[in-house]
Write a protein that binds this ligand. Structure first.
Ligand SMILES: Cc1cc2nc3c(=O)[nH]c(=O)nc-3n(C[C@H](O)[C@H](O)[C@H](O)COP(=O)(O)OP(=O)(O)OC[C@H]3O[C@@H](n4cnc5c(N)ncnc54)[C@H](O)[C@@H]3O)c2cc1C
Length: 433
């Protein structure tokens, strides 16, 4: 990095070095394409490490590996979030993926034929950009949350680490997805706890049980192979499933009841600084944990690539209206599995292949347009056509006269002409001058 105003040019820049960005990097490296991954975090894997302390993955290790390297743990074990973070870091090292950490991208726009990326660590230019900034990052909290009494401790699930962050007194956990169920279950050990809302169903077998070993592969098959954008059932059901809360996986209704958690209706607003429920009850709690999910924020992307709902307009991650722009890790990008570990590798492979094909076509077109001349030879032929002598060209390009003479010989050979005059005529005729 050369400071704030530096500009570095890359064939492809991947914004986000989580599992989605690293998987694209792996496949680009395999295709021999140059690229750079930028990530705002200090360490690769921090997106996982920053989640709550007791979190274990819901997906077994056998489905948690990225392309080219199985997750190094028994297939039916459930890694901790730190083990997942460490695996991502080791993955980047193993495949020597070029990741610059501590770089927060602030804007993405286009200037002519290239993308321009500004960040807190400088400016980058790229022919292709893959946005892999994560579908589960920007906390979604209802607007009325700010009306809660300031004495109430409020946290979003993304800020929750453990019960010690909470004050004495009751806890209201809002939202019964897997985060809400797990966090309520944990805080109920130390605090009287209410859980507001209804779950979107439950996985019918005990998590980690032998029965689950038969059921999980079926779910994976459905989410990965059947519920995709390529099948009629996938197009019909996929978006509903992907954008809705996931059924409870590990902590289920009977566990919540056994832990003494009071189930209450949805929270609809705030009265006198306290949360109000759908049944008009006011809850006198000292803590609220919002497990209300995430939204995506693309306001930093200044490109006409979004629909009226602010979501990217893409075809399996490829933005047709902005050639060279790609998205990864979006909900239902291709399949219900697209935003989770079991699905990310397949999407990454398709996107990397598209980038490689585009790059190959561009270099072929450039080679045809330039009649096989290198960028330096193009400069020389332009100066020859401008009537400059070898000495003058050497002075303009700050190279030796001997090198200029060598370039001229190469140019005559490549253009199949025998003199400078003929090369000049060729250059004018073919738009090289
Ligand atoms: C609590 C929780 C548990 C989950 N458990 C599982 C599970 O068990 N199994 C499973 O398969 N999936 C799980 N998921 C879903 C999903 O796999 C994860 O959210 C995963 O982290 C998504 O990976 P990603 O690479 O798409 O995004 P992220 O992991 O969020 O990575 C995005 C990266 O982009 C970087 N970034 C973002 N914006 C910028 C910017 N402007 N400039 C530079 N860098 C930027 C971030 O620093 C981050 O490192 C879980 C999700 C949550 C929230």
């Amino acid at each position: 990095m050369n400071g704030n105003h530096a500009s570095e040019r890359f064939e492809t820049v991947i914004i986000g070095g989580g599992q989605a960005g690293l998987s694209v990097g792996y496949h680009l490296a395999k295709q021999g394409r140059p690229f750079l991954i930028l990530d705002a975090n200090d360490r690769i894997g921090d997106a996982w490490r920053k989640r709550w302390d007791s979190l274990r993955l819901f997906t077994p290790a056998r489905y948690d590996g990225l392309p080219g390297w199985r997750f190094p743990a028994p297939g039916w074990s459930f890694p901790t979030k730190d083990e997942m973070g460490d695996y991502l870091e080791a993955y980047a090292a193993r495949f020597e993926l070029p990741v610059q950490t501590g770089v927060r991208v602030e804007s993405l726009s286009r200037e002519g034929d290239r993308f321009v990326i500004t960040s807190d660590r400088g400016r980058f230019e790229a022919d292709n950009v893959v946005v892999a900034s994560g579908a589960h990052r920007m906390p979604r909290v209802p607007a009325f949350a700010q009306e809660l009494d300031p004495s109430i401790v409020q946290l979003h699930s993304s800020e929750y680490r453990g019960p010690s962050q909470l004050g004495d007194g009751g806890v209201l956990v809002v939202g019964v997805g897997n985060s809400g169920a797990e966090i309520a279950f944990e805080v109920a050990r130390t605090h009287p706890t209410c859980l507001a809302g209804k779950p979107a169903g439950e996985i019918p077998v005990r998590h980690g049980s032998v029965a689950a070993r038969f059921v999980l592969p079926v779910f994976r098959f459905l989410g990965h192979r059947v519920l995709t954008k390529r099948t009629p059932i996938g197009r019909k059901v996929g978006p509903k499933l992907a954008f809705k809360a996931t059924p409870l996986i590990r902590v289920k209704s009977k566990d919540l009841a056994a832990a003494g958690i009071e189930r209450v209706p949805r929270v609809t607003g705030v009265r006198d600084g306290l949360p109000v429920l759908e049944d008009d009850r006011i809850l006198e709690v000292a803590n609220v944990v919002w497990c209300t999910g995430f939204r995506q924020d693309f306001s930093w992307i200044d490109l006409p690539a979004f629909g009226g709902d602010g979501q990217p307009l893409h075809d399996l991650g490829i933005v047709r209206s902005e050639p060279g722009l790609y998205f990864m890790g979006l909900l239902f990008l291709y399949a219900v599995s697209s935003d989770v570990l079991p699905g990310v590798g397949r999407d990454a492979k398709r996107i990397a292949k598209h980038i490689a094909q585009l790059a190959a076509r561009t270099s072929q077109a450039e080679a045809t347009d330039s009649h096989g001349l290198t960028p330096r030879e193009l400069e020389v032929v332009r100066l020859v056509a401008a009537g400059k002598s070898n000495r003058e060209i050497a002075s303009v390009l700050e190279i030796s006269e001997h090198t200029v003479a060598r370039h001229v010989q190469n140019i005559l050979g490549k253009l199949r002409v025998s003199s400078r005059t003929a090369a000049t005529a060729f250059a004018f005729e073919h738009g090289l001058a």
